[in-house]
Write a protein that binds this ligand. Sequence first.
Ligand SMILES: [Zn+2]
Length: 319
Amino acid sequence: MFVKWLARRWNGLRAAEPHDYTFRCELHAHSTYSDGSATPRQLVERAVALGLSALAITDHDTACGARVAMPYARGLGIELIPAIEFTARWDSCRQAGWSGDVDVLGYFVDLDDASLQVAEAAATGDIAARMAECCISLTKAGYPVTLDEVYALNPRYAGMRFLRELLVRKGYVSSEVEAGRLVHEHWLRVRPCALTLAQQIRAIHGAGGVAILAHPGYIRCDGELLQARHVAELVALGLDGLEVYHRSHDEAMRAHFLALAEQFGLLVSGGSDEHGWSPDLPLLGTAPVTREMVEALRARHRQRLMISERAQMQQREEG
Ligand SMILES: [Zn+2]
């Protein structure tokens, strides 16, 4: 009797269990192609060693990390979800003390898509130009630095991380935290990102991808977390989903973004945002991403492909 009750109770618990623990994956990780410390190959090898089912390398403004990783992933039998994380300007939330930069993740993008590559070139060019402006601003303030010195730390990407490192190396500040404050102060004087959120969502969609707002908890609109009126605007721009499970979000934030995602029928994703600042990549695969989340992203991508194929067929028929 007790055994039967226990079995029923166990099965009941299992049925109610939201996560499939046989599935682990990483949807947000950076490589040396932007501001990560691990090479794409190292990320793939670590993901395999951890037993992850899938990995997305989401470098800032370039999908080259994903391109380089693809053959290693194929060779080691792990799914590599082709991805990118574009920087974009969202004017509705520009305000004092914030540059208006937001990040939008693109999943299942076609890495060979020519328009995606054009968008990547524009995005990396824009960040480099703004970084050059930031260097000039710092130099004028008595901290001489150049874009070339930033590139000397990573020739592939002019990330803020390298500017912070440079300020510490040159002895202008004594810690990364202090450097962060200084960079932030001068970044606010730099012109805003030339590429709008609408443009970057279109670039992702144009390459068959799914656009997810990265770590929404970092964004403040009118001094507060994203609210329904802001999300309504994002939906109108074509956004597909929110990165609810990010390490910067506490329980209350997760609940807030989950509720918004549900209200607007948005997809939900997550990722650790591993940058490899510790060589053994301890964050990789730690965000609670479920198989259902990944399959929902894939389904949206397939839907988008079908729509674009249909549109192309129609065009051919009409032409
Ligand atoms: Zn990121």
